[in-house]
Design a protein around this ligand. Structure first.
Ligand code: UD1
Ligand code: CA
Length: 454
């Protein structure tokens, strides 16, 4: 049967206590719904239809993709009502796979095996056995083990609450039959909602086959209703990321203190210390070492680069054997050719730095081109901003800049030039010459330090 994936994402998520629609809460730096959409795409369905409602504009704006169909559920009257809104747009001969926008960890493999196990025209249910089933709808079976219905926890008897087999919220149903069934369900329950789960009892009454398939990993089925569950899901998600990296030969000092909010490509024998956060697209070459508490976004680090503790790196392209930090801040638009050293309390922005150059302490380099084998002393500042416009600084190969130098841009320092410490350079510093800009030192003989008055 042709397949439509229907994602329920209209609910507010009251238990999140948030101004943000629940399905836009982030997991691994992306909205919950984005993970579910990825999973839906992996199934190769004919159509993906999202039921939206609460925070409608924001939710739709977060997914501009052309392959998605949208169904507005203006009033959220329950999961059954949500599905009913979408059915007119779904061809009657399709199977409908219902996914919840708040269950982002379900693996495509579990859904594929559910779809395979369900005979044509039957109803399929993804279930799970949980150590703590509280909060979920329970799967009720008769003495012979046949599914007879689903009961929500709030509507369950104390006996039913003891059942540990839960409804994950994932179901596959024939569209035509589903449309008829949804017309028959009511809202006579503790929440006054139209429950999708009530169609199961209807199927039983009609002797329609119900195929239950258990999720291979119970951690997949976590539905996120509150912040505690969001945090649990985040750890499960990050543990999966960590596992993938372990399989690729990465050492993580502690997989529980590792956060990937994007995509990380790694070479061989990479080491990542505790508390590192990776965002966007990051590529690490062979043997890269990432120190503790580094934040690395949208960057490429070549083989054997070392990032020491507490660095914030965004948009860096570094060749091999560079050494960064501790406490360095690299802002977008920086290129290090190779073996560049940038030390503590150094900020670099929109600059190229040549091979072997060193900027070791307390320095700002912005809008600059720095040649190879340059040494920039502590406390140097490229003064790139005149209050209205930005200007460039160019520094030739083998330049030595002493400590405490102001390079007032636009300015050029020629190859092999030396700049004396404490100079404020406003004009070109010629190649191979010493440029010095300082007032003459004087010493006052017999000068007495003031003493404290009593
Ligand atoms: C639902 C199931 C429960 C199951 C659990 C799995 C029902 C009645 N209950 O409970 O059996 O164990 O999921 O996590 O189906 N939504 C809409 N429109 C609505 C109501 C909900 O789109 O009118 C969406 C929500 O945005 C959410 C999903 O449907 O993504 C599930 O709704 P939620 O209120 O979280 O249901 P649960 O109480 O978790
Ligand atoms: Ca839920």
């Amino acid at each position: 049967m042709a397949l439509t994936v229907l994602i329920l994402a209209a609910g507010q998520g009251k238990r999140m206590n948030s101004d943000r629609p629940k399905v836009l809460q982030p997991l691994g730096g992306r909205p919950l719904l984005a993970h579910v959409v990825d999973t839906a795409r992996a199934l190769g369905a004919e159509a993906i239809n999202i039921v939206y409602g609460h925070g409608a504009e924001d939710v739709q704006a977060a997914f501009p993709d052309a392959d998605l169909e949208w169904t507005l559920q203006a009033e959220q009257l329950g999961t059954g009502h949500a599905v009913a809104q979408a059915l007119p747009a779904i061809p009657p001969d399709h199977a409908v796979l219902v996914l919840c926008g708040d269950a982002p960890l379900v693996a495509p493999e579990s859904l594929e095996s559910l779809l395979k196990s369900v005979p044509e025209k039957a109803v399929g249910l993804l279930t799970a056995r949980l150590v703590d089933p509280s909060g979920y709808g329970r799967v009720v079976r008769d003495d012979t083990g046949r599914i007879t219905g689903i009961v929500e926890e709030r509507d369950a008897t104390p006996e039913q609450r003891k059942l540990d087999e839960i409804n994950t919220g994932v179901m596959v149903l024939p569209a035509q039959w589903l449309a008829d069934a949804l017309e028959k369900i009511g809202n006579d329950n503790s929440q006054g909602e139209y429950y999708l789960t009530d169609v199961i009892a209807l199927a039983v009454a009609e002797n329609r086959e119900i195929a239950g398939s258990a999720a291979s990993d119970p951690s997949e089925v976590l539905g996120i209703n509150d912040r505690t569950q969001l945090a649990s899901a985040e750890r499960i998600f990050q543990r999966r990321n960590a596992q993938r990296l372990f399989d690729q030969g990465v050492t993580l000092a502690d997989p529980e203190r590792f956060d990937l909010r994007g995509k990380l490509d790694v070479g061989r024998d990479v080491f990542i210390d505790v508390g590192a956060v990776f965002e966007g697209d990051v590529v690490l070459g062979d043997r890269v070492h990432i120190g503790p508490n580094a934040v690395v976004s949208n960057s490429r680090l070549g083989d054997d680069c070392i990032v020491h503790a507490h660095c914030v790196i965004d948009g860096l392209v570094a060749g091999p054997r560079c050494e960064i930090g501790p406490f360095a801040r690299l802002r977008p638009g920086v290129t290090f050719v190779e073996q560049v050293k940038v030390g503590n309390f150094v900020e670099v922005k929109a600059s190229e730095v040549g091979a072997g150059s060193k900027i070791n302490h307390l320095t700002y380099v912005g809008d600059s081109s720095v040649g190879r084998d340059v040494n920039i002393g502590a406390g140097t500042i490229t003064c790139n901003y005149d209050g209205a416009n930005k200007h460039r600084t160019t520094i030739g190969d083998r330049v030595f800049v002493g400590s405490g130098v102001m390079l007032v841009a636009p300015v050029h320092v020629g190859e092999g030039a030396t700049i004396a410490a404490g100079s404020t350079i406003t004009r070109e510093a010629p190649a191979e010459e010493l440029s010095i800009e300082r007032s003459k030192q004087k010493s006052v003989k017999g000068w007495k330090r003031p003493e404290k008055t009593k």
